[in-house]
Ligand binder design. Sequence first.
Ligand SMILES: Cc1cc2nc3c(=O)[nH]c(=O)nc-3n(C[C@H](O)[C@H](O)[C@H](O)COP(=O)(O)O)c2cc1C
Ligand SMILES: Nc1ccn([C@@H]2O[C@H](COP(=O)(O)OP(=O)(O)O)[C@@H](O)[C@H]2O)c(=O)n1
Ligand SMILES: [Mg+2]
Length: 232
Amino acid sequence: MAESTGQGVGRDELATLKLLALDGALDESAKVSCADLAERLDASNQTASRRLQRLEDAGLLARDIVSDGQEVELTGDGERRLQSEYADYRRIFESDASVDLTGVVTSGMGEGRHYITLPGYMEQFIERLGYEPFAGTLNLELTAESVRKRARMSAIEPVTIEGWEDDERTYGPAYCYPASIEGSDGEYEPAHVIAPERTHHGEEQLEVIAPEKLREVLELADGDEVIVHVSE
Ligand SMILES: Cc1cc2nc3c(=O)[nH]c(=O)nc-3n(C[C@H](O)[C@H](O)[C@H](O)COP(=O)(O)O)c2cc1C
Ligand SMILES: Nc1ccn([C@@H]2O[C@H](COP(=O)(O)OP(=O)(O)O)[C@@H](O)[C@H]2O)c(=O)n1
Ligand SMILES: [Mg+2]
């Protein structure tokens, strides 16, 4: 299948454009010969020549034929095309993913306190989060928009709290995403969104843990709106 990114410019032409930019053809014109280019692209002279022609036709490259070769320079569009490739690679390798979720404080089933204080979890919290969490989870009911945005948390690396077992039963793992909690009274850090693998709550409920009782430090009551800034 032909790999085309429009106007006859495909993956091969983009690779050629990148090579020319590496030769210095971004800020000023650079001299190239088709034979040299062909060798570096591992292609025939004819192919190298055709790629330059396509780049010129697409307005990504300006060319000037001189006696012993050609002077080439990337156009503004050519530079923008490489910038867009660069942005893709930045997204891949430099992801500083973050997501802001909005919800209102709610009371849950009173089970959070029980699970957080179980030694099999507590020992891991202290070691992996660097603090002893307050006994409970602050429950937030997310807005409809935040329920949708919640999936973006998957781009963020969580701290894994492993499952374990005692004589009676097994306990599931939980994933902790670093976050700060913003209420009308101020912002609190450190905190984590905790996503237990086994839970009675649906996607609209978000549970937060922190070293202190957030209802007290942020003066929160049921119905108050908070913003959770989740980021690495
Ligand atoms: C660290 C942690 C581990 C949990 N592990 C389990 C589990 O193994 N099985 C289970 O049914 N629920 C588990 N839960 C989820 C609770 O049953 C429940 O869904 C929720 O945390 C209760 O929150 P609430 O009392 O704040 O409403 C876990 C919760 C936490 C915080
Ligand atoms: N860091 C935390 C954790 C829990 N809490 C609150 O502490 C209480 C106990 O937590 P829980 O998870 O057992 O209770 P519910 O969320 O089920 O109401 C609840 O009122 C939570 O909202 C808090 O204010 N700050
Ligand atoms: Mg809770």
